[in-house]
Ligand binder design. Structure first.
Ligand SMILES: [Fe+2]
Ligand SMILES: [Fe+2]
Length: 168
């Protein structure tokens, strides 16, 4: 059985992952409305990934006999000036999520909850990958600096990324 404190912290993370999904879907719609379909597809894939992260934690809470608590999902931002601004916000958001995951690990340690600690290691590793992946896009966006040929090439490339469900 999971402690109330750990359970509450994990429920909060489900909410945070679902918010991430909602934020990335909002970003995806911004790109779709501007015919940047590769960027839109990339963010849509990100939104699916965040939803799967939330569900992974949801399933874990149930598996440990914890209670699922639903909260309000915050309204995501929807007005941006440029594609680069969105990519920058994704990078900042992922860094913030990494902080949340680290905080969860701290709770697991404090609660001597070894099972949750092991479970969370997947998320620790995932955040390294997420930050690296968006960091690369951000660096390239800086190189492109709004150049239309560069944006076209980037849009083509991002459109190739596909969603792969996390392995158990
Ligand atoms: Fe996530
Ligand atoms: Fe993420």
């Amino acid at each position: 059985m999971i402690s109330d404190k750990m359970c509450k912290a994990l429920n909060n993370q489900v909410n945070a992952e679902l918010f991430s999904s909602y934020l990335y879907l909002s970003m995806s719609s911004w790109f779709s409305e501007r015919s940047l379909s590769g960027f839109a597809s990339w963010m849509r894939v990100q939104a699916q990934e965040e939803l799967s992260h939330g569900m992974k934690i949801y399933d874990y809470i149930l598996e440990r006999g914890g209670k699922i608590e639903f909260g309000t999902i915050e309204q995501p931002e929807s007005k941006w000036q440029a594609a680069a601004e969105i990519v920058e916000e994704v990078a900042k958001h992922e860094a913030k999520v990494t902080g949340l995951v680290n905080d969860l690990v701290d709770v697991a340690f404090a609660q001597k909850d070894h099972a949750t600690n092991i479970f969370l290691q997947w998320f620790v590793a995932e955040q390294v990958e997420e930050e690296a992946s968006v960091g690369e896009v951000l660096e390239r966006m800086k190189m492109i600096d709004g150049d239309s040929a560069g944006m076209f090439a980037m849009d083509m490339e991002l459109g190739k990324r596909v969603f792969t469900a996390p392995v158990e």
